[in-house]
Design a binder for this molecule. Structure first.
Ligand SMILES: [Zn+2]
Length: 222
C-alpha cells in the first residue's frame, strides 16, 4: 500500500488499522464497481440476455480479481518476511502477470520503493514502453498519492486493492488522484478484494513489531 512510513510509525499504523476495522463503517471496503442490476423489463428477452452475459462477465472478473490479488498477497507476505511493511502488488496485462513488486522502503532506504512503483518500473522495463494501456494493477492496500500519480502517468486501465489506507491513501481516503475529472486520464478502480487477508498481514506485522519493542524496553530496564 505503500506509503512513506518512517521507522516510528507504529502508533499511526495501529490507528490506521483500527480505523479500517471499525465494523459500523458502511463504506469501509465498498467497491466503486456497481453490481449488475436485473432488467426492469422481463418481457424484453434481449435485455435479459444482455444482463445475463453482463452478470457472467462480472462474476468472471470477480474471480479473476481474487486470483491475482492472491499473488499480490504473496508479495506482501514476502515483504513482511523481509521486515518490510507487508504490501504487495502485481501488474497484469492481457491476462498475464507482467511484473510483481513488494514494499522495500526500509531495505533500500528509499521512500519511493513502494510495491506499486516497483511493479510499474519492472513492467515498463519489460515492455520498453512508457505507457501501460490495458494494464490492471492489483495491490493489497490503497495506493498512496505518489503511486496513484504513477498509475495515471503509466495510463494503467484499472487498479484493484484490498484495504483502504486512511492515513496515506490517495485514491479515495485522502484524495481522488485516479479519477480526477480534470486529469487527462482516469483509472478505474475496485476496492475491498480479499481485504481481510491484507489487513491480517498488516495486523500480524505490527503486532510483532509492538511485541519486539516491548521486549527490548524490558531488556533495557533490566
Ligand atoms: Zn505508494
Amino acid at each position: 500500500m505503500v506509503v512513506t512510513r518512517p521507522q516510528k510509525t507504529t502508533p499511526v499504523f495501529f490507528n490506521w488499522i483500527a480505523a479500517m476495522m471499525i465494523p459500523d463503517n458502511p463504506d469501509r471496503f465498498s467497491s466503486k464497481t456497481s453490481p449488475v442490476e436485473p432488467s426492469p423489463d422481463p418481457a424484453s428477452r434481449e435485455a435479459v440476455s444482455e444482463t445475463s452475459e453482463a452478470t457472467v462477465q462480472g462474476q468472471a472478473e470477480q474471480e479473476q480479481d481474487r486470483y491475482f490479488m492472491g499473488l499480490a498477497l504473496e508479495e506482501a507476505h514476502s515483504a513482511g518476511c523481509l521486515d518490510e511493511v507487508p504490501i504487495g502488488a502485481v501488474l497484469v496485462l492481457n491476462g498475464q502477470v507482467l511484473a510483481r513488486g513488494h514494499n522495500q522502503t526500509r531495505w533500500r532506504r528509499d521512500p519511493c520503493a513502494h510495491a506499486e512503483l516497483r511493479a510499474i518500473q519492472r513492467a515498463t522495463q519489460a515492455t520498453g514502453d512508457l505507457r501501460l494501456p490495458g494494464a490492471v494493477v492489483y495491490t493489497t492496500v490503497e495506493p498512496c498519492f505518489m503511486c496513484a500519480g504513477a498509475l495515471v502517468h503509466a495510463r494503467v486501465e484499472r487498479v484493484v486493492w484490498g484495504v483502504r489506507d486512511k492515513k496515506f491513501g490517495g485514491c479515495v481516503s485522502l484524495g481522488h488522484v485516479l479519477d480526477h475529472p480534470d486529469a487527462n486520464h482516469q483509472v478505474k478502480y475496485t476496492e475491498g478484494v480479499r481485504a481481510d487477508e491484507a489487513a491480517d498481514l498488516l495486523r500480524t506485522f505490527f503486532k510483532s513489531k509492538r511485541e519486539a519493542a516491548r521486549k527490548k524496553r524490558s531488556q533495557d530496564r533490566s
